[in-house]
Design a protein around this ligand. Sequence first.
Ligand SMILES: [Zn+2]
Length: 172
Amino acid sequence: MSTPAAQPNPHASAYTPPPWTMPAPDAAQASGSSAHPGWHSGVLACRICGAQPAAAVTVRAHQGLLLMMRFHKIDGPFCRSCGTALVRELTTKTLWQGWWSPFSLVFFSPFTLVWNLLASRKLAALPTPGPPAHGASRIQEGKPVHQRPMAYVAVLPLIWAVWFVTGMITHA
Ligand SMILES: [Zn+2]
């Protein structure tokens, strides 16, 4: 059964689209659109600076101190610059704060470091981000993790682990 609405419109030949469906190529420039050049809708934009392209990644940090443990994560999407800055910051934090409880040493900190490594590889695969959105600023990438002295605190639990395992073997 067809409904009356499905019948041909007698006024179809006289139909003209309403003004709001007409293409208006000059409207964006004339109104001073907030979208900056190179911005594409439907592509992820950085949560911090608004630039594109961005990847949906989560960056983590872990803190372990005797019986107290803290899990910190920041969800994206992030552009390559902001994401790399966060990975460096939170990885360095984990490398010096992440080892001081047994579960952290054995499980949570290694997991956090591997997680951030995978996130950084995803971010490194992105092209250079476009300019930051109007009014937004980008996080400075800063030095790589291996150039941050605090990262080398991680050597201490490593030495301890080697000493502990060596002790177990020689006393067995
Ligand atoms: Zn960004």
